[in-house]
Design a protein around this ligand. Structure first.
Ligand code: HEM
Ligand code: HEM
Length: 181
């Protein structure tokens, strides 16, 4: 995948929108995982219900931001890369897989919520149901949701390792560009 560029850019400039969405997504994922992993330590009752609610809201924001990111990608000018190296290609595959997981994981969480018979509310707005109430589908949805969340973590690990490799071993500007443009 090539990058969003500033109008008239050379394809290597990472636009502010791309960078803001990138680091916002990172923060929301940290929050989402931290909440869901701490649920077990909370006393059963309203605290847990609130924590799951917060996990849902943050997860839905990840979905919204990822849809915006894809629209931004479609609307951006991009220059085709000629003679892409295998590493560039691998980075593109990982980026595409990350974006797909960022769509699929929250959609499965949404499906699970509906299959359990609940309507999803986002800041008071009722969202349409993706599926009818069904115990079997609810189980499949939550198990796939969990699987996708861990697939996402695996991709993130490879991605972060690559970013750190660029920064500390190759000493190039890949990470600095994601930070400063
Ligand atoms: C990218 C976004 C998301 C990530 C990374 C994520 C990740 C996770 C993880 C790791 C779990 C724990 C599974 C387990 O080990 O039991 C989980 C559970 C859950 N997720 Fe998500 N999730 C996301 C978005 C959503 C969304 C959008 C919803 C609903 C609208 C949702 C609803 C739930 C629910 C209801 C549970 C079960 C919580 C419980 O009762 O323990 N998730 N999620
Ligand atoms: C935690 C979740 C993360 C996700 C989901 C994610 C996702 C992505 C995606 C999809 C891209 C492609 C550009 C774009 O479309 O925005 C990208 C680029 C990049 N990310 Fe991340 N990222 C994450 C975390 C990180 C972290 C923690 C670092 C730094 C240690 C990092 C460093 C970079 C760099 C340097 C690039 C530019 C790579 C290049 O120029 O080819 N990312 N990331």
């Amino acid at each position: 995948m090539t990058h969003a560029v500033t109008p008239g850019g050379d394809g290597m400039v990472l636009h502010l929108v791309t960078r803001v969405i990138h680091w916002l997504t990172v923060m929301m994922l940290v929050g989402s995982f931290a909440i869901v992993w701490s649920i077990g330590w909370l006393p059963a009752g309203p605290a847990r219900v609130q924590a799951v609610g917060l996990h849902r809201t943050i997860g839905m924001l990840v979905l919204v931001v990822t849809v915006l990111r894809l629209l931004w990608w479609l609307a951006s000018q991009r220059t085709p890369r000629i003679g892409m190296s295998p590493w560039r290609w691998a980075a593109g595959v990982v980026h595409t897989a990350l974006l797909c997981s960022l769509l699929i994981t929250p959609l499965l969480g949404w499906t699970y919520t509906n299959a359990r018979g609940h309507t999803l509310l986002l800041f008071g707005i009722r969202l349409p149901s993706l599926i009818f109430k069904d115990r079997y589908f609810a189980r499949v949805a939550i198990e796939t949701h969990e699987f996708m969340a861990y697939a996402l973590l695996t991709l993130i690990s490879a991605h972060v390792a690559a970013a750190l490799w660029h920064h500390f071993v190759l000493h190039d500007a890949t990470l600095k560009r994601m930070w400063r443009g």
